[in-house]
Write a protein that binds this ligand. Structure first.
Ligand SMILES: O=C(O)c1cc(=O)[nH]c(=O)n1[C@@H]1O[C@H](COP(=O)(O)O)[C@@H](O)[C@H]1O
Length: 291
């Protein structure tokens, strides 16, 4: 750890491979990923007395939900928008997440090789940057050499955008190529770069009907599924085709959990919403014979 980041407590991080992730899912009967996307204007007013209100918000959310979820996903935009303080908040938030919980830097990076290598260091190399996330979201558009530097961290995960939850997904991702839709090509080609022990795909919960097709192309990969909650995706629909023998799903919800309340009891309200999701997940896992 460098002198500049020496103020942050050292953290011993175990590897989080596929087996360990599935163990966590079975132990907690949950495949919930809580999205930590804080906006200063939306956090409860009583937190404004703290030196770093956003960090306090995140810490209380983590403390209130950590037994109910298996992953946290801070979207880096929410931190980068706060400048220097935001970057520090991201590092301190990552530090506060218990070591046995999977951490995803939702940064959606990807560039020419030597630049991607710097992005990989920024989110994976805690001795250099202060952050040692387990996974990062990556855009596939620039191809293999833009993704390889992330994969060269062989104990970390790349989560490649495949079929996103937003309306604009149809602008490019559904385009017909000679081999099929563009997102199908992304999965088919990228699955030659790494296997399901290092590669996950983002598939929006709002794309429920496509999960059968996606599982044909990526039977063994974990899928990061955002869009349950504020974006209206259905957990039941996602699970109908999305579940595989190691669960294979990390379902993310941010706003519906972190803003479930906005008073002094915001963390309890967040816990109630996380618990509701976890209980639904437990039933789904039981029905599938996975727990
Ligand atoms: O990569 C992502 O996580 C992502 C991909 C996608 O297709 N759709 C999507 O909403 N996301 C992210 O997932 C989170 C969704 O947040 P909520 O809609 O508040 O639950 C945000 O951080 C989004 O940036």
């Amino acid at each position: 750890m460098s002198a500049e980041i020496g103020i942050f407590a050292p953290k011993i991080y175990p590897l989080m491979n596929k087996t360990q992730l599935f163990e966590q899912i079975k132990n907690k009967k949950s495949f919930l990923c809580v999205g930590l996307d804080p906006v200063m204007e939306l956090i409860p007013k009583h937190l404004l007395k703290y030196e770093n209100p956003v960090l306090e918000f995140n810490k209380q959310l983590i403390d209130a939900t950590k037994d109910l979820c298996v992953a946290y996903k801070p979207n880096t935009a929410f931190y980068e928008s706060m400048g220097l303080k935001g970057w520090e908040t991201l590092i301190r938030t990552w530090e506060h997440i218990p070591a046995d919980i999977f951490t995803i830097a939702d940064a959606k990076r990807g560039d020419i090789g030597n630049t991607s290598a710097m992005y990989a260091d920024a989110f994976f190399n805690k001795d250099k940057s202060g952050m040692g996330f387990d996974a990062i979201t990556v855009a596939p558009y620039m191809g293999k050499d833009s993704v390889s530097p992330f994969l060269s961290y062989t104990d970390k995960w790349v989560i490649l955008l495949a079929l996103t939850s937003n309306a604009g997904h149809s602008d490019f991702q559904l385009h017909q190529t000679l081999e099929g839709k563009l997102y199908e090509e992304v999965i088919r080609i990228s699955s030659q770069w790494a296997d399901s022990n290092q590669l996950m795909y983002v598939v929006g919960a709002t794309r429920g009907t496509e999960f059968e097709n996606i599982r044909r192309l990526a039977p063994d990969n974990f899928l990061l599924v955002p869009g349950v909650g504020a974006q209206g995706g259905s957990l039941a629909e996602v699970c109908r085709y999305g579940l595989n023998s190691t669960c294979g799903l990390l379902v993310n919800s941010a706003r519906s959990v972190i803003y479930a309340g906005n008073g002094e009891d915001f963390a309890e309200k967040a816990r109630e919403e996380a618990l509701r999701l976890q209980q639904e997940m437990a039933q789904i896992l039981q029905a599938a014979g996975l727990v």
